[in-house]
Design a protein around this ligand. Structure first.
Ligand SMILES: [Zn+2]
Ligand SMILES: [Zn+2]
Length: 179
C-alpha cells in the first residue's frame, strides 16, 4: 500500500484515464506525461507549436528522504504544459518539491491525495476545453468547494522548489500567457 507521502505518477495516470472521456468529450486522443525540468516560460517557438501553460497551487504531503520526517503543505505547485496539435493532445506535468526544514538538502517530491489529483486534472481539462476547443465552460470560473483548512506553518520560500524557480504563487487565472 502506497503511503500518502509518496510521489505516484501512476495515480495521476489512473485518474487521468478515468476522467478523460468524461471531461473531454471528443475524438482526439490525449496523453499525460511527466517531466521534472519544464518551466512556465514558453519560448516563441514553443508558443508557435501550440504549447500552453496551466500552473496550479494545491496541497500535498512530503516525506524527507534523509530523516523521514513528514509534513503537509497547502502551497504545492504543479505545472502543466498542454497542447492540441494535428488532432493529438499532449499534457506534460511537473510537480515541484519541497525540502525538509531540518535537513534542508534535496527537494522531496509531493504525495497527493486522490481528491487533489482529481481537482487538479479537472482544472487542466477545463483550461483545455476553453483554450484548445474554445468551449465556453459554465463552470470555468467556479472553483471546486474549498477543502477544509488545515493549519500549516508559513510558507518557507527557501525550502520550496517552485519559489526557487520563481513560479510559486497562490493560483493562476491566465489563459496560457506567461505573466
Ligand atoms: Zn529531513
Ligand atoms: Zn513556494
Amino acid at each position: 500500500m502506497a503511503r500518502s507521502t509518496d510521489w505516484l505518477p501512476s495515480l495521476w495516470m489512473e485518474i487521468f484515464n478515468d476522467l478523460l472521456d468524461y471531461e473531454l468529450d471528443n475524438e482526439d486522443p490525449w496523453t499525460l506525461h511527466f517531466n521534472y525540468s519544464i518551466t512556465d516560460k514558453l519560448t516563441a517557438q514553443e508558443k508557435n507549436r501550440g504549447w500552453k501553460i496551466c500552473c496550479t497551487c494545491t496541497q500535498a504531503e512530503f516525506k524527507c528522504g534523509s530523516c523521514g520526517k513528514t509534513w503537509f503543505s497547502a502551497r504545492v505547485t504543479v505545472l502543466f504544459r498542454y497542447r492540441l496539435r494535428r488532432g493529438r493532445g499532449t499534457i506534460i506535468m511537473r510537480p515541484f518539491g519541497q525540502s525538509c526544514l531540518t535537513c534542508q538538502d534535496e527537494f522531496d517530491l509531493p504525495g497527493f491525495a486522490r481528491k487533489t489529483v482529481e481537482d487538479s486534472l479537472v482544472k487542466v481539462f477545463s483550461k483545455i476545453r476553453k483554450n484548445c476547443y474554445m468551449e465556453n465552460d459554465d463552470n470555468n470560473d467556479i472553483d471546486a468547494a474549498p477543502s477544509p483548512r488545515r493549519y500549516t506553518k508559513p510558507h518557507k520560500s527557501t525550502l520550496c522548489q517552485a519559489c526557487k524557480e520563481g513560479i510559486c504563487k497562490q493560483d493562476d487565472n491566465d489563459d496560457g500567457t506567461a505573466g
